[in-house]
Design a protein around this ligand. Sequence first.
Ligand code: PLP
Length: 403
Amino acid sequence: MVKKNNQSTSTVDFETLKSDDSSYVMHTYGRLPVCFVKGQGLKLWDEKGKEYLDFLSGIGVNGLGHCHPAIVEAITKQAATLIETSNLYYTEPQVRLAKKLAEISGFDKVFFCNSGTEANEAALKIARKAGKKTSPDKSGIIALNGAFHGRTFGSLSATAQGKYQDPFRPLLPGFTYVDPEDTTGLQLAVNKNTCAIIMEVIQGEGGIHPLSTEFLQLARSLADEFRAILIFDEVQCGFGRTGHWWAFEGAGVKPDVFTSAKALGGGFPIGACIARGDAADVFTPGDHASTYGGNPLGASASLAAIETIENEHLLDNAKEMGEYLRKKLQDVLGSCIKEIRGQGLMVGIELSKPIARGVLMSALEEGLIINAIGDSVIRMLPPFIVSKDDIDKAISILSEVII
Ligand code: PLP
């Protein structure tokens, strides 16, 4: 299974790199023992030239695979023209991207930033400011247990998981947490002082748990009743991953504000907070800003990603390949699987035994990149260009290491 590609061997001395990483990079990541030096499509190569099949896409970032020619061309051209000016001035790619995002979402206005957590900060600030206009006490935010919204303090305060929150308390005041699918809990939590309800349509880091349409509809109706802003975090599940541009389209429930990042830039960092109706006009000059937000380089990469997804019909491919992947997983590995969750190319495989970490390490050894969430969930987020052949190869490696 393990292939070599001699073109990809590099001069990196991995042992020295690991030692320098340990000395000079803050220890926030439990890294896996591999150093990638090159990527193309679904393939990655390490410094020794070993080839890997990437079914994680940089945690959902490389929707078009690695170094898609359209993204490379857009970045290269833009880098040679204009990289960044700050938001004191107009730049064309940013405005074109906002217009395009409005077109593919049916929403009205966009605030640009550089990551998922910042996109959620913007959404929470819109809700707090909108709430304050009604009453000084309208500042409560409802979030879901098991959610993941990011690591900055606002997003972290919405990320109801002790392992992320506990070392950093006190968090922001005003957050209440409800279990996913707890309809009574949600009804009891939302009141006239609620300014926002925030949730992922499909919880990603929490183990790939889609919310039911009924629960999303309840959140929508409570937000309407109490004039709160409904925020959907589409950072992981959005921008084509489910086979829809946005996961909420699949669920048929529209938020007031949603956030996007990860795949939005085709591998280049960019985030967006996208709003409709009154929520789109809450911010006024000085309320919020990002020096790099919507810079020409990121905006050009994102425009190229959207155009490629449209031209290459990748939403359809994500849907079809998602179904094929699920069927194959069930056919070949059914006896080892408790449940397959998610939608399109956002796939969580709950194994019947708590061996996810071991499976991940053995798969890596065999040249397949996947991810583990907790002890028993394998996560796959392959790029939208994935083919049946890639899926067959991935399942063949998985079956070798699982069965
Ligand atoms: N929201 C969701 C649903 C995510 O999955 C993530 C990251 O995994 C974030 C927010 C934070 O994104 P970032 O790491 O770009 O800040």
